[in-house]
Design a binder for this molecule. Structure first.
Ligand SMILES: [Zn+2]
Length: 149
């Protein structure tokens, strides 16, 4: 039996409008991703309780890089031979920066600091039990912008 499921359970929702799932402190409303437990990471806050919160689906590129060499295990290459991919650090309106791969078909040439990107869920790899998915950042194409793909 095969099925499609997230490569990491509980880190993001799936469906037409997927979203990352973070933790929001019930005391100071600071938001964290990945989810946290225990004590609030805000040093000014004594809070110890969190609620799950879906993060904004759009953010702006804060930094980005190109992974020209295959990362070491436990990285699972999606292709053989390895194909370089781009990584983007994206600042969300919540004030946190979330690292992710850039969506299939896009590379560093499509990125600039400050560019708006949107969360998508794509296949990370396929094994005998099915398809595993992960979140990625897809550049938002503004109306009127040249699309050269
Ligand atoms: Zn707090």
């Amino acid at each position: 039996m095969t099925a499609t499921s997230p490569a990491v359970e509980g880190w993001f929702t799936t469906g037409a409008e997927p979203a990352l799932v973070g933790s929001r402190c019930t005391t100071c409303a600071s938001t964290f991703f990945p989810r946290v437990q225990g004590f609030c990471r805000n040093p000014q806050c004594p809070g110890e309780e969190f609620e799950d919160t879906e993060l904004s689906r759009r953010g702006r590129v804060w930094s980005y890089t190109d992974a020209q060499y295959q990362p070491p295990p436990p990285y699972i290459p999606a292709t053989d031979p390895y194909e370089p991919f781009a990584l983007a650090a994206v600042e969300l309106p919540e004030g946190i920066v979330v690292l992710g791969q850039v969506a299939a078909g896009y590379g560093v040439a499509d990125l600039t600091v400050g560019r708006e990107v949107e969360l998508v869920v794509e296949t990370l790899y396929v094994d005998e039990s099915g398809e595993r998915t992960i979140w990625r950042w897809k550049p938002v194409i503004e109306l009127g912008e040249e699309v050269d793909q």
